[in-house]
Write a protein that binds this ligand. Structure first.
Ligand SMILES: [Mn+2]
Length: 176
């Protein structure tokens, strides 16, 4: 189980709540940037985080790669790849160059869940400032089931009470 959140914009407690809920269960907890917290905040112990356009601490990494559950996971906020509310820029090219199996990004504060060129692309929405059609503050739980031929992803968007959000529960399958 991989937990992905983003765009908390100074709301520290919500990060703490999610971390407390999943620290023992998850193989990784990801924050895709725009926390507006200092990089040395102790909250980041146990969380993989990157910098967003609203993070002024220069010590944040622009992107991070990690191997988790046999997947090459790439984390970036998205603004540096030209992602905006109007277009994706070169975000998905970047994921392909990095050979990502899973791309986690933020910045647009809207949920995105799709497979592109064999890469699961996830935007967890925002835990603080949702935009667009979905009005709930949310984050994402990814579960991966693999056999020799298929990879199955179970993606559950959750509200801040950790309840699944109706209409945002997805199962995607791809050939390996
Ligand atoms: Mn933001």
């Amino acid at each position: 189980m991989i937990i992905v959140m983003s765009d908390s914009h100074t709301e520290r407690t919500v990060i703490e709540d999610i971390k407390t809920e999943y620290l023992d269960k998850a193989s990784a907890i990801i924050h895709c940037g725009d926390s507006e917290l200092p990089v040395n905040d102790l909250i980041w112990s146990g969380i993989t985080v990157v910098g967003g356009n609203c993070d002024y601490d220069p010590e944040y990494k622009d992107y991070q790669s990690l191997e988790v559950e046999n997947q090459h996971l790439l984390v970036t906020h998205g603004h540096l790849q030209g992602l905006s509310g109007w277009g994706e820029g070169r975000l998905f090219d970047f994921a392909a160059e990095q050979h990502a199996d899973i791309l986690c990004f933020g910045h647009i504060h809207r949920p995105v869940c799709e497979i592109r060129n064999g890469c699961l692309c996830i935007n967890p929405g925002s835990v603080a400032q949702p935009r667009g059609d979905w009005k709930e503050k949310m984050y994402t739980v990814i579960e991966i089931f693999e056999d020799s031929v298929h990879k199955n992803f179970k993606i559950s968007y959750r509200n801040l009470k950790h309840e699944p959000i109706k209409g945002l529960q997805l199962e995607l399958e791809m050939l390996k």
